[in-house]
Design a protein. Structure first.
Length: 113
């Protein structure tokens, strides 16, 4: 079961009330363990938030680097198209052009009347 934002307030309040009324608890209910769990939750949250921010920065960096590489490759490909003719690069250039091939759109057959 997952504890959401609204459920957290309920859980904290319930544990507080249980701690104030331990006489209501059966011996099988481990209040101390539940209190430890919520304390650990409070400790792990800031770390998880820092990790999420770090992951966002890594994702942003990956996107920016990929964009730079793609721009350089497109510029280089354009140079090859212009100045690479007759330099024995036609086969390589054609292989790279597969990135830009578009599939022909198939026209729908007219419905039989």
């Amino acid at each position: 079961m997952k504890m959401g934002d609204r459920s957290e307030a309920f859980c904290r309040e319930t544990l507080m009330v249980l701690a104030q009324n331990t006489q209501l608890l059966p011996p099988s209910f481990d209040l101390a363990e539940a209190q430890k769990d919520i304390a650990h939750l409070d400790k792990i949250r800031p770390r998880a938030a820092r990790l999420r921010r770090l992951l966002e920065k890594a994702d942003d960096g990956e996107t920016a680097l990929g964009s730079d590489v793609m721009s350089a490759a497109l510029e280089g490909y354009a140079l090859l198209k212009v100045s690479g003719k007759g330099a024995g690069l036609d086969a390589l250039r054609q292989g790279m052009s597969a990135r830009f091939t578009r599939r022909a759109k198939i026209k729908a057959l007219p419905a039989a009347a």
